[in-house]
Design a protein around this ligand. Sequence first.
Ligand code: AHG
Ligand code: MN
Ligand code: MN
Length: 345
Amino acid sequence: MSSASAAPAYQGRQITVTEHLLLHQKQSPAATGIFTRLLYDLILAAKLIARSVNKAGLLDVLGGTGEVNVQGENVQKLDEYANRILIHRMQRSGALCCMASEENADIIPIPERFSKGDYILIFDPLDGSSNIDVNINVGTIFSILRRNSPAEQDVVADDVLQPGYKQVAAGYVLYGPSTMLVYTTGQGVHAFTLDPSVGEFLLSHADLRIPEQGKIYSVNEGNTSFWDEATALTVANFKGKANPRGKPYTHRYVGSLVADFHRTLFYGGIFMYPLDYKNPEHPKGKLRLMCEAAPMAFLAEQAGGLATDGTRRILDIVPESLHVRVPLYIGSRKDVEHVMGRLRQ
Ligand code: AHG
Ligand code: MN
Ligand code: MN
């Protein structure tokens, strides 16, 4: 079981995410008022997306737009809607010097008419969107960096292409049976549940810890024939006895990273999206480093877990480009170490 307990300061009252942010702001001199404002605006955007996702079956927002995004994937109407909401709201926050989205090929500048700040927001507006038409959990993933170059200069690629350990915050909003916000600013992982009757995210799990070892492995095993032998044997190993559990793991796979990661965070175990040879000339992972793997890796490590591409710590990888993809093994420390040990052989 994961251990999540309310800190003494919160006991006896329901604390909103905004109050939580302000409390942490006091504890950490690095967290400024402008940063709190940035997260506040992001939360508001997420609430607006949650409202549409919850009504998706009733509005004309299901299905595809007929377009293909920069990743070569079909764009769902809700992908586009969530992307628009985030860009519209966040460019007005005054905290950002630029943004980057899974749905946009290039860096998204902040128009001249808005004031700017030092932060960079990178997001996957709707993760798991192929699941939306069948009412399965989707989410929004975010990562926040701070620019390296002086504020008066134009933003350059190096400002954005930073390794994950430089993130100042990361998290996701899961649009599930309840809408949940899970985030870290490097002081543990905290989860909030949206109370629709008051329209606020209330602290439901303070200082989440991922179990050291789990009993669930999660992977799209339909890809087995596209993996190399070491990967196929490593995944198969979770079905045998020579693994950290000493007996077969159980299997779960939603196909939305946010949902699969959320379960892994609470129950433990391992989520894997290995390198595959679907294109034999260019073997690659599927998940994007900057808007998927790195923010989840920051959360995993802050909760006591690990995240690797098989050989490298995800948070140490310097992105070659905005949309670079990586293999991902993430979850309980002992389960991820086991995979790393096997893949190194
Ligand atoms: P997105 O909907 O943002 O394009 O991301 C989909 C990703 C991720 O959510 C999930 O883990 C993975 O795709 C599932 O891929 P497969 O369908 O290949 O299993
Ligand atoms: Mn995604
Ligand atoms: Mn997406």
